[in-house]
Write a protein that binds this ligand. Sequence first.
Ligand code: FAD
Length: 360
Amino acid sequence: MAPGLHVLCRETDCAPCHAPIGSLAWRAARQVASTSTEYVHERMSPHEHFDVVIVGVGPAGLSAALILGRCCRKVLLCDRGTPRSWASKSMHGFIAHDGIPPAEFSNVASKELHRYPCVSFAPVEVTHAKPEKRGFAVTAGDSTVHTRKLLIATGLVDDLPQIEGFKALFGSSVFQCPYCDGWEYRNRPVAVYGQRHRGFEMARALTAWSRDIVLCTDGPAYMTADQRHQLAANDIQVSERRIRCLQHDGTRLSHIVFDDGTRLSREAIFFDLPSHAQSCLAAQLGCTFTHEGGVLCNKHEATNVPGVYVAGNIIRNVQLSIVAAAEGATAAFGINLALTREDFEGRIGDRSAMTRSASH
Ligand SMILES: Cc1cc2nc3c(=O)[nH]c(=O)nc-3n(C[C@H](O)[C@H](O)[C@H](O)COP(=O)(O)OP(=O)(O)OC[C@H]3O[C@@H](n4cnc5c(N)ncnc54)[C@H](O)[C@@H]3O)c2cc1C
């Protein structure tokens, strides 16, 4: 097979190329893309140069690509197909799209991006990025591409506990964000899963949606007397029993079953557990991190590493899709501003050099 980066086609009737990112059809297209030319109708030459490479095609990367495409920038979007919302059935709280399935959201976004021929999409993992004279050399799949600016929008992934039923119900009765899924369980019997300060904070947060909350700590709660007092004053029970499994019908939680054989009837669980960055690109490039583990950024989501920008959950700001999209748009604005200024000033330098050499 000829070398070069394989990008998905622009034929609007090509179902696999236009399947929602991360869907089964998309994964199949991606697998085929690495071994044959089927589905992959466009191939870039090796060592292609871009204005911007965006790593990660979630709400943050998609939104940045739209703004940069409209700025006539040559953009490459790379994604390996592991969105944080893999288990989510509907995306809430995104104005004008409230309740849209995430796959449909990315489908609509991909169609919009197809209007901009300067934006290409490669279903590949980016494993490495190295600063070079005029930007970065980026290892995308088997290829190396060159870019003036790099936007890392690779997001986070949730660490789920190894409790039977937890993963199966994730996204349908087990959730990590009440702002995303709390409305559907308002005034319903819910549980919080979490220990220490995290469990306490999630229980407190959920009081905006329900007053029937049990905090399940799955072992010692590790809470202060004051925290216990505050929870009790808000009618939140704390259960320190070990959890054996979750009982459900496939999508709906019915009971939390404890090791001692007792059961607790609940309709949903909201948890607060650690999440980790999906890629180590920011760390690899020397970006500074905050105490909370997010990438520290300045104006227009620029990091401390010149030319590297970040957007979305990787910043660990408010972790809603609409915020990720806004951060993507902000980063795109900053990137285009920087590129325009560089080119503008470069032309002044070129013109002065020409004038000087003409006068000698
Ligand atoms: C169960 C669940 C339900 C949710 N519901 C809602 C909701 O209702 N409303 C809401 O606003 N938010 C919701 N969220 C949160 C939402 O999913 C995130 O806020 C959003 O996805 C963040 O966007 P992002 O672009 O930062 O990252 P992501 O959407 O996670 O996208 C990051 C992308 O980067 C790619 N990637 C990672 N590393 C690499 C690499 N090295 N090379 C190439 N690609 C890479 C991944 O494949 C992924 O597609 C939910 C999350 C979960 C888990």
